[in-house]
Design a binder for this molecule. Structure first.
Ligand SMILES: [Zn+2]
Length: 128
């Protein structure tokens, strides 16, 4: 098998890989905790047959749960991005902007090792 060309020999890829794997581990834990608290909240809601009988604190928990769900979606998105970043580490394109092909600044990668684009492309994506 041909060894892929590493496009960013200036970066300590090993260190980024470790950071990505540690962050993935952490987020998987967060995901498990969210799933557990969502299961508990569902159980306590379902113990009331009529929605009008739901006490305020249980209702408050339910709205907490919606926040958790949003947070959970973020976590899942980040996990997906981390997986893609690990794939890019494998094929040697880590640190290369997916959109314009330029080098993503190291400082940006240190803050968020899973980013796939440079700042300019990110801005374009966000503003449309
Ligand atoms: Zn770019």
């Amino acid at each position: 098998m041909r060894k892929p060309t590493v496009m960013r020999p200036d970066l300590e890829l090993r260190r980024f890989q470790e950071e990505l794997e540690a962050e993935r581990e952490r987020l998987l834990n967060v995901e498990r905790e969210l799933a557990e608290s969502s299961r508990q909240a569902k159980d306590s809601l379902e113990s009331f047959s009529d929605a009008d009988d739901v006490p305020a604190d249980i209702a408050a928990q339910a709205s907490e749960r919606e926040k958790d769900q949003l947070y959970g979606q973020n976590v899942q998105q980040t996990l997906a991005q981390i997986q893609l970043a690990l794939d890019r580490l494998d094929d040697g394109t880590f640190g290369i902007c997916e959109m314009c092909g330029c080098e993503v600044p190291e400082a940006r990668l240190e803050r968020m090792p899973w980013v796939a684009t440079c700042v300019e492309c990110q801005r374009m994506l966000e503003t449309g």
